[in-house]
Design a binder for this molecule. Structure first.
Ligand SMILES: [Zn+2]
Ligand SMILES: [Zn+2]
Ligand SMILES: [Zn+2]
Length: 188
């Protein structure tokens, strides 16, 4: 499919069908961690969590099935209009571990850099409180239902979609993807 060939502008919205049939109610970590809201409908061997969304304002990945859409640096909550339903793995060895959910802004951010916690649009630094250990895969080879073009921002530490520019960074200006791996995300 063309989806594989390029990281085109359509890529961010290619998964616009929103399959709610397998989505269970639950929070990403409000009440004790990632285990809530988990489904295992996909054939993958590892656990995955549905309900992650791309914000069409700041370009960050955030958890969209909570009572809040978090805080977006653009103002108000994140906006997932046009987003697919992303299903990142957790406790999944092949990926890069220590990606975290921030309960303040709802974003996915990288928590494996010592005490550095990037920049949270809601409150100074991101928090990993209540988060599971997410694993994000990277590289040049990915399957159907996996979308390339995701990058780590070295300023805010969020996982951002890079196919539509550099968005808006909680650490001022635009995201900076220098030093990032070539991440890809599974989607439902
Ligand atoms: Zn946003
Ligand atoms: Zn945050
Ligand atoms: Zn950023």
């Amino acid at each position: 499919m063309e989806r594989k060939a390029t990281e085109s502008a359509e890529s961010a919205t290619v998964a616009t069908f929103v399959s709610r049939r397998t989505v269970l109610a639950g929070a990403a970590g409000i009440a004790g961690g990632v285990a809530l809201g988990v489904v295992t409908a996909l054939p993958a061997t590892a656990a995955q969590q549905y309900g992650w969304r791309w914000c069409n304002q700041c370009q960050c990945l955030f958890y969209g099935d909570n009572y809040t859409s978090g805080w977006c640096v653009v103002g108000g909550g994140h906006n997932w209009g046009g987003s697919g339903n992303y299903t990142p793995h957790y406790d999944y060895y092949p990926g890069q571990s220590k990606w975290r959910w921030c309960y303040r802004c709802q974003s996915m951010w990288y928590g494996g850099d010592g005490n550095n916690r990037g920049r949270c649009p809601a409150s100074d630094r991101h928090s990993s409180d209540g988060s599971g250990d997410y694993s994000i895969e990277s590289g040049n080879y990915y399957d159907d239902h996996e979308q390339p073009g995701w990058r780590w921002c070295n300023k805010c530490y969020c996982l951002c979609y890079s196919g539509l520019g550099r968005g808006y960074c909680p650490s001022r200006g635009h995201h900076d993807f220098g030093g990032s791996g070539r991440y890809y995300l599974p989607y439902a």
